[in-house]
Design a protein around this ligand. Structure first.
Ligand SMILES: [Zn+2]
Length: 163
C-alpha cells in the first residue's frame, strides 16, 4: 500500500474512544478488525462484556477511517443500538449496524438500498454535522483540521444527545 495509509492507528483508536465517550455518554470500544461482511468498512455491535463496540476495517485511509467511525457513532447517538443484545462477535445474521466505506466497491444497487434506510441516512447526516463541529473547534483550538485535531476537539465538547 502507499504511504497515504500510514498513520498510527493505535493512537487514533485511543482518541476515537475518548471522542466516542464525549459524543455518546457511554464507553465505546474500538476494534481494528474486518467487519463480518466484507462489503462494509465498519460495524457496531454490543460485545459480551456489554460495551458497544465499533469494528473498523484497519486498512482504510485516514479520512475514511474517521468518517466510518463517525457514522457508527451516529447509530449509537441516535439510539439505533439501544436494543442490541450482547454477542461474542458478529455473525452474518447478528443485528448490528454497518457503514460502507467510500473506497470500497459495493454495487450501486447495494449502496442505494443501504442508503435509503432512514437509520443509514440519519447516521450519515449525524456524521456530516458532527464533522462540521469538529473542524470548527479543531481550527479554533489547534489551528489544524487534521483528523487528530478533529478527534481531540470532539473529546472536549459536549453535544446534546440525538443532535
Ligand atoms: Zn450504518
Amino acid at each position: 500500500m502507499t504511504e497515504t495509509f500510514e498513520f498510527d492507528r493505535e493512537a487514533i483508536k485511543t482518541l476515537m474512544e475518548k471522542a466516542a465517550f464525549s459524543l455518546t455518554y457511554e464507553p465505546v470500544q474500538i476494534q481494528l478488525r474486518e467487519p463480518k461482511n466484507k462489503s462494509f468498512a465498519g460495524q457496531v455491535f454490543r460485545a459480551k462484556n456489554g460495551l458497544l463496540t465499533i469494528a473498523i476495517k484497519p486498512d482504510l485511509e485516514m479520512e475514511v477511517f474517521y468518517k466510518v467511525f463517525l457514522h457508527e457513532i451516529g447509530h449509537i447517538s441516535l439510539g439505533h443500538c439501544n436494543d442490541l443484545l450482547p454477542i461474542d462477535l458478529p455473525t452474518e445474521t447478528s443485528l448490528t449496524y454497518l457503514a460502507y466505506g467510500p473506497s470500497l466497491t459495493p454495487t450501486q444497487a447495494e449502496r442505494k438500498e443501504h442508503r435509503e434506510k432512514p437509520e443509514e441516512s440519519g447516521a450519515d447526516d449525524f456524521a456530516n454535522s458532527i464533522d462540521g463541529v469538529a473542524k470548527e473547534y479543531a481550527r479554533l483550538w489547534f489551528q489544524s483540521e487534521d483528523i487528530e485535531a478533529r478527534l481531540r476537539a470532539l473529546s472536549r465538547i459536549t453535544i446534546s444527545k440525538g443532535e
